[in-house]
Every structure is written in structure tokens, then in C-alpha cells.
Design a binder for this molecule. Structure first.
Ligand SMILES: [Cu+2]
Length: 390
């Protein structure tokens, strides 16, 4: 249907009609039509990385730096990230691209970037402790360069002092679009959304050190709410906090660096094929559950699953280090939640929703009063990516 519409448009433009018909016969036009309609992958609340093209190479710049991340209204984390936020910008390339990624270190510690799941030369893999790949010292840069052979959903993160640096927020998503366009099972997708799962222990600097010592190993942080600077899950009040990267008691659970209701709603239209890319760079599994629809699991770790291995589900348990691509058809208008199903990971203040929870909203359907937030209504206005929920 989409091809026919594209053809009709082409035929109506008489100058290119003959070329279009000839192209369709040759098969090239189908790809061109797919490409022209290709949706740009959107990472709600996170920008796609800007790049320039130099001698056929896509050149990206990442600056590792301290960031003041607003995880929800008025709640700020003194985290580490790239280019002003955590996760860093989503790197979007096409399969076969040559890429050059210049990483500059503005942190007080040495760092590196590992291209998680991508098959790259040994020296480009970013694991200086165990592979022939350099540490990037403070105020220095290193240039990673490789050809992206694969298509799919990948991630990037620091591979130096990972217990600290990854949990401080040095991570991001890396998407490689297949040569034939953004297609799943031969069908173009209409929406392409990416969610990176992270978790945090925010500590109030004046109280943090004794508080964290007291809450370590006590299980649910809710039990320690209000004690010694410990906050229950999703119960952190407005303020600016440090991140305790080595804690095992997390009180903030985010999708793309935001906790609900700051997570920007994802717009769909009835009939859309919606691709959702999930990545987890946290310390534990998060079973992500979709309401109102079943989805098909179409890829794992950037590897497309053959049709025979694809399966339908409405919950997908995303373990640390994994990526999954799931796809659903938008056939049930309304506003539907998509969330981690560990109850403590979606709790908000006063018993409300929070944490790793976001929504799909069908165009033209009313906004629920409970979702009366600026971020939800404007997050994807015009289909544009937004760098901020505010
Ligand atoms: Cu979870």
C-alpha cells in the first residue's frame, strides 16, 4: 500500500514518472520509496547525535563530562554523561557506514567508550584494562574509527572503572539502520522508538555518606525512607543530589534519563507499525510490560531473529547488557502504559506512578487527566525529538 501511494505520487509528477516506473520494475524504486518514507529513530527525551560527513566518513563528537540531569521536575542528579546529558545522544548510522567518533574527556578520571555489540577492530573496542585500546586521560581525546558492519540496536558505555562510570551515567544507544531502510520482516516501520533503562541511587550530599552506609544491604530502600538521607524508591523530593554509583539500593529508575511523569509519551497513529528498541545498562533485569497490545520480539542484541525464532509476548525481561527490538501494530486506540513490572521500579510519590513507566498515546484520542503533564503532551509534538521534558 505504501509503495502504491509512493508510486502514485511519483506518477503525478510527470518529469520523474518514467524513471519511477522503470525503477519500480527494476526494484530500485521500492527501496527508494522505503527510504524516502523512512522514519528517523526517536529516543524520547534524548537527542540524536549530530554529525558531519568528511570524505565519506560520518564524524561524531562525544564529550564525557559532569552533567546536571533533571530526572523529573525539580529532581537533579549530579551525574556523568555525554554532551550534556545521560544517556548521551543516540548515535544513528546506516549499515555499512564508516564512522569516526571523537571522544573528549572532561571528567576528572580516565575513561573510554566501548561500542557494545558492534564488531569493531580490537584497538577500537574501548577496554583499556584488558585489550589493546587506550585510556583517555582527563582533558585528552581519542578517535574511534570503524565501519559499521551490522544493522540493529546497540549501545555504548565507558569500559574504565565501570562500577563507577557506567553507574554514574556514561552510556547511550547506538542504532544502525539496515540497508533496505527501517524495515522489520520486509515491512517498513512507521515509528521507531528507543528506551535505555538505567537506575540510580541519589544521595543528598550533606547526609549521604552515613545514610548510604546505613542503607546498604537492607533490601528495599522504602524501608529506610527518611532515615539518614536514604529515600524510598521513587520518593526523592525536589533537590540536587549526588549519585552513589556503587550502591545496591536504587531510588530512581529511569527510561532515557527520566522517571515518570517526565518520560515523554510516544505518539502513534492507528495502523502504525511501531518498533521499540530496548537497552539495559543497569544492575538488574527489568521486565518491560506493554498494555493493550501484544508485541513480536524481532531482534536480540542487534541480531535479527529469523521468523521461526520470533515470538509474541507483552512482557520482555531485559537483562543488563541486552538489547531487544520488539514491534507491535497500533490497533487499539487510547493511551497505554509501557513499564517495568517490578513494582518498586514504578513507584512514585504518594502511591502514584513513577519510575520506569512511559506511555504510547494515539493521535486524536483524549489525554487522560492523570497524565496531565507538559512533558507527556509536548514530548513528541510534531514527531520531533526533544532534548528535555520541560
Ligand atoms: Cu525494573
Amino acid at each position: 500500500m505504501r509503495r502504491r501511494n509512493a508510486m502514485f505520487t511519483a506518477v503525478s509528477i510527470s518529469v520523474i514518472a518514467l524513471a519511477g516506473v522503470w525503477g519500480a520494475l527494476s526494484g530500485d524504486f521500492a527501496h527508494a520509496a522505503t527510504r524516502s518514507k523512512q522514519v528517523q529513530p526517536v529516543t524520547p527525551n534524548v537527542k540524536n547525535a549530530a554529525y558531519t560527513v568528511e570524505n565519506g566518513i560520518k564524524v561524531f563528537h562525544l564529550t564525557a563530562e559532569q552533567v546536571r540531569q533533571e530526572v523529573s521536575k525539580g529532581v537533579y542528579a549530579n551525574a556523568w554523561g555525554y554532551n550534556g546529558g545521560t544517556p548521551g545522544p543516540t548515535i544513528v548510522v546506516n549499515q555499512g557506514d564508516k564512522v569516526r567518533i571523537v571522544v573528549t574527556n572532561h571528567l576528572p578520571d580516565a575513561t573510554s567508550v566501548h561500542w557494545h555489540g558492534l564488531i569493531v577492530p580490537n584497538s577500537m573496542d574501548g577496554v583499556p584494562g584488558a585489550e589493546p585500546s587506550p585510556e583517555i586521560q582527563p582533558s585528552k581525546s581519542y578517535t574511534y574509527e570503524f565501519t559499521v558492519k551490522q544493522a540493529g540496536t546497540f549501545m555504548y558505555h565507558s569500559h574504565v572503572d565501570v562500577a563507577k562510570q557506567e553507574m554514574m551515567g556514561l552510556d547511550g544507544m547506538f542504532i544502525s539502520l539496515p540497508k533496505g531502510g527501517d524495515v522489520v520482516n520486509g515491512q517498513p516501520v512507521n515509528r521507531d522508538y528507543t528506551l535505555l533503562l538505567q537506575e540510580w541511587d541519589l544521595v543528598n550530599p550533606p547526609q549521604s555518606k552515613p545514610g548510604i552506609a546505613a542503607t546498604q544491604g537492607m533490601g528495599s530502600n522504602s524501608m529506610t525512607s527518611g532515615m539518614n538521607g536514604g529515600y524510598g524508591e521513587g520518593q526523592v523530593p525536589a533537590g540536587t543530589y549526588d549519585v552513589n554509583p556503587e550502591s545496591m539500593s536504587w531510588n530512581i529508575f529511569t527510561l532515557n534519563g527520566k522517571q515518570f511523569p517526565a518520560t515523554a509519551s510516544m505518539e502513534v497513529k492507528k495502523g502504525d507499525k511501531v518498533l521499540v528498541r530496548l537497552g539495559n545498562l543497569s544492575m538488574q533485569n527489568h521486565p518491560m510490560h506493554l498494555h493493550g497490545h501484544d508485541f513480536t520480539v524481532v531482534a536480540k542484541d542487534g541480531i535479527p531473529l529469523p521468523k521461526s525464532a520470533q515470538y509474541e509476548a507483552n512482557t520482555i525481561d531485559v537483562a543488563p547488557g541486552e538489547t531487544y527490538d520488539v514491534e507491535f501494530t497500533a490497533d487499539n486506540p487510547g493511551t497505554w502504559v509501557f513499564h517495568c513490572h517490578l513494582p518498586h521500579h514504578t513507584s512514585g510519590p504518594n502511591g502514584g506512578d513513577g519510575g520506569m513507566l512511559t506511555t504510547f498515546h494515539y493521535q486524536g484520542t483524549p489525554w487522560p487527566s492523570g497524565l496531565n503533564t507538559t512533558s507527556a503532551k509536548t514530548g513528541n509534538m510534531g514527531g520531533m525529538n526533544t532534548g528535555s521534558a520541560d
